[in-house]
Design a protein around this ligand. Structure first.
Ligand SMILES: [Zn+2]
Length: 326
């Protein structure tokens, strides 16, 4: 039949800061950090390639109206193979090939076993394959997003269900993926194995458990909303990318500042306190610059009083809350 995409083969070692070696057909390979393959797949460029462009290439296929035969499927798929590829995104390209091959096989099997499944031409067949392929991609995105929200502590009920389903149904893979790829045997020989991955969902399972093995996870940045993997502290909630509010600083640098500003904005009491403190500090500075010691100590007293007043409102509020809880 047609050429079958075998996907990629991944080799890793269980050492810190060691990258995966990803082998592609035609004996090429590339290094990826743990989670790095996922980040290649979720870029806008990759999404465009495997959705919009793929769909367009199916519509534009010169043999669209040919009747459905094994030869026309082979030709149609070769066309897609050649047009939906990106040399800078080899994981995306290879997993498209093997993943789409799996879908073609699945739809062909449906044709054989179900009487009401038949196609007017190869174009209609390819479109049906695309629909199934797109459903797989949607499942991948839903799981990916739910797991990231879960790791960030921001999952809603739906995302929590999706994340739990993923973890429940794939937990056996943790045993598989935390095992070393090279094993020294009793007789001193070393056996080396690689892990084959043929579609995006398998990739997610692989990366999720390899990240887990390293004590890491994909999270959603609390400032910009982008996905990221915290490098040092796994409990970090902000990413290291330029912040949308100020591209010369990272989200990590300004995240908590922005959050405090938002809290002020949302809470009239906190905002009032902040404004009062700011104007008193400014007045105090002016008094200091002028060398007016009486005025300076006066403002210092007012600042202390304001701080005390605000602390008291906080304490009062907490007491009210804890009484409500009883
Ligand atoms: Zn961010």
């Amino acid at each position: 039949m047609f050429e079958i995409g075998n996907g990629i083969e991944v080799y890793y070692e269980n050492k810190k800061e060691i990258r995966n070696i990803v082998f592609f057909p035609e004996n090429t390979y590339k290094y990826y950090d743990t989670g790095g393959m996922l980040f290649e797949v979720i870029t806008d460029e990759a999404t465009f390639l495997i959705t919009t462009k793929l769909e367009t290439m199916i519509h534009d296929y010169p043999g669209y109206a040919d009747p459905l035969t094994i030869e026309s499927v082979t030709d149609g798929f070769k066309w897609l193979y050649g047009t939906v590829q990106d040399e800078e995104r080899p994981v995306v390209t290879e997993l498209f090939r093997s993943g789409f091959t799996e879908v073609i096989k699945s739809v062909l099997t449906q044709c054989e076993h179900e009487d009401n499944v038949s196609f007017e031409n190869i174009g209609a067949f390819m479109e049906r394959c695309y629909t199934e392929y797109f459903d797989n991609l949607k499942a991948f995105s839903a799981f990916f997003d739910a797991l990231a929200a879960d790791a960030s502590g921001t999952a809603d009920d739906f995302q929590q269900d999706v994340a739990n389903t993923f973890k429940r149904s794939t937990e056996d893979f943790y045993t598989l993926y935390k095992r070393k790829c090279n094993v020294r045997k009793g007789n001193g020989n070393v056996s080396v194995e690689t892990h084959q991955i043929t579609n995006y969902l398998q990739l997610l399972v692989f990366e999720y458990y390899r990240l887990k093995k390293e004590g890491k996870a994909v999270k959603i940045c609390a400032n910009c909303g982008r996905y990221f993997i915290p490098k040092n502290r796994s409990d970090s909630i902000y990413c290291d990318a330029p912040a949308p509010q100020n591209p010369t600083r990272t989200c990590k640098e300004i995240g908590s500042q922005v959050k405090r500003a938002e809290e002020r904005h949302n809470n009239p009491g906190v905002r009032e306190h902040h404004n009062k403190m700011s104007s008193l500090r400014m007045a105090k500075k002016r008094a200091k610059d002028k060398g007016d010691d009486d005025l300076l100590s006066g403002y210092e007293r007012l600042l202390r009083a304001e701080l005390k007043r605000f602390e008291k409102t906080l304490t009062d509020n907490t007491q009210v809350n804890s009484e409500e809880e009883k």
